[in-house]
Design a protein around this ligand. Structure first.
Ligand SMILES: Cc1cc2nc3c(=O)[nH]c(=O)nc-3n(C[C@H](O)[C@H](O)[C@H](O)COP(=O)(O)OP(=O)(O)OC[C@H]3O[C@@H](n4cnc5c(N)ncnc54)[C@H](O)[C@@H]3O)c2cc1C
Length: 372
């Protein structure tokens, strides 16, 4: 697909979360004219979380994220580019520790370095109980643990804010905080009518609407689940004795540039009536904190609760690709708890699919849900 003067922009992206903005970056950097529309602000969805992890060894098995090497290198390039643009330190490659708090986790974690095809052995290392305690005496009772040095901690709200400004500086048009109407003109592309701002035409539309996916009738064949998650954002009076972030039964996100702050995550709530933080969420997050970092919650601090919604698909993989029947219509979503690590990689794959016609890997394509 080439830029055409028949349209005001080549692509319009619906949603200014990490998925939509990463997609915009992949297209703008290929010379495409891009607009973003969002009914809320950039980062108004779950990408506006305070501190998040980009951890290539996830879940109870410390399983290697698919294409982790490529995902992390594209994500790091984007973080660096935006940090250079903004002059703000909002991320660190400070690694993640994965203490095995229970014996079954220890068995899984111990196997992980040999079980998966790590890009190199220094991506993951198992330490037995004695070694782990010696290196990390502040971690609570455990049965050993993993060190994952190639993991990042990101102040997601600042990153998204600055990424949005960076894209504007590169010519990406953004209509934020405004309702709009989208009209399909068949092979003639689409027209977009923001309530505040002028209408414009676009050849392609990419939906990156996070947990609102279920509200789009065009994609109703994609089986998605929404899961509420709460985070505890803690600001201490004295610096904390950490270097790395921690992910075990819960996560503890820490940026060395601000040693007074710790974000504790997260709850997984499948039944809920509102996205407001709750007292139950607070209690469960303090329990996680006391188990993993005993004594820390007794230090003087202020606490703020944050809540958001993840969207996960039946097979727990994200989705990126073309609509099976609609012209010039694409989707990027279903990122679950891995939006930060996957978004720029999937945006790259989707940009190549759209612009160069390379088929999307079946594991990520919307086609896998057709005829389910
Ligand atoms: C508690 C919690 C902890 C998490 N921790 C991590 C973590 O440590 N690491 C990690 O990688 N991920 C984490 N995640 C997940 C991560 O936040 C998501 O994977 C990621 O933010 C999804 O990005 P997105 O752009 O798809 O969606 P969102 O960020 O939700 O963005 C979607 C955007 O679309 C807009 N929108 C909705 N409908 C429309 C429409 N019709 N038209 C236009 N715009 C629309 C919304 O306003 C929103 O701005 C966490 C999530 C939660 C809730």
């Amino acid at each position: 697909m080439t830029a055409s003067t028949l349209f005001d922009v080549d692509f319009t992206i619906r949603g200014a979360g990490i998925a939509g903005l990463a997609m915009a970056d992949a297209l703008v950097s290929r010379g495409q004219r891009v607009a973003i529309v969002d009914t809320g602000p950039a980062g108004g969805g779950s990408s506006g979380a305070p501190l998040v992890l980009m951890n290539p060894a996830t879940g109870r098995r410390a399983r290697l994220v698919e294409h982790a090497d490529h995902c992390l290198s594209l994500a790091e390039n984007l973080l660096k580019k935006v940090a250079d643009f903004s002059g703000i330190t909002f991320y660190s490659k400070n690694g993640v520790l994965r203490p095995a708090l229970i014996e079954s986790l220890a068995k899984n974690f111990q196997r992980a370095p040999d079980k998966y095809n790590w890009p190199s052995p220094d991506w993951i290392q198992w330490l037995d109980e004695e070694q782990f305690t010696e290196n990390y005496p502040y971690v609570g009772a455990h049965h050993g643990g993993l060190e994952i040095p190639f993991a990042f901690t990101v102040e997601a709200d600042t990153f998204i804010d600055q990424l949005s400004s960076y894209l504007v500086s590169k010519g990406c048009i953004q209509y934020l905080n405004t309702p709009y109407k989208l009209k399909e003109n068949g092979y003639q592309g689409y027209s977009v009518h923001p309530e505040s701002g002028s209408s414009f035409t676009t050849l392609g539309v990419i939906d990156a609407v996070g947990s609102s996916l279920h509200k789009l009738p065009e994609w109703d064949f994609i089986p998605s689940n929404r899961i509420k998650g709460q985070l505890l954002d803690l600001e201490f009076e004295k610096p904390l004795p950490l270097k790395e972030s921690i992910s075990s039964m819960g996560y503890f996100a820490f940026l060395p540039a601000n040693p007074y702050r710790l974000v504790v995550g997260s709850t997984y709530e499948h039944e809920y009536h509102s996205l407001e933080p709750t007292e139950q969420g607070r209690i469960s997050l303090y329990e996680k904190l006391d188990r993993t970092l005993p004594g820390i919650s007794n230090r003087k601090h202020k606490a703020t609760l944050w809540a958001g919604e993840r969207v996960s698909l039946q097979d727990h993989k994200p989705v990126a690709g073309a609509h099976p029947t609609m012209n010039h219509r694409y989707l990027l979503g279903g990122l679950g708890s891995k939006g930060m690590i996957y978004s720029r990689f999937l945006a790259e794959q989707l940009a190549i699919t759209i612009l160069a016609g390379r088929p999307m890997e079946t594991a990520f394509s919307p086609d896998r849900f057709v005829d389910l």
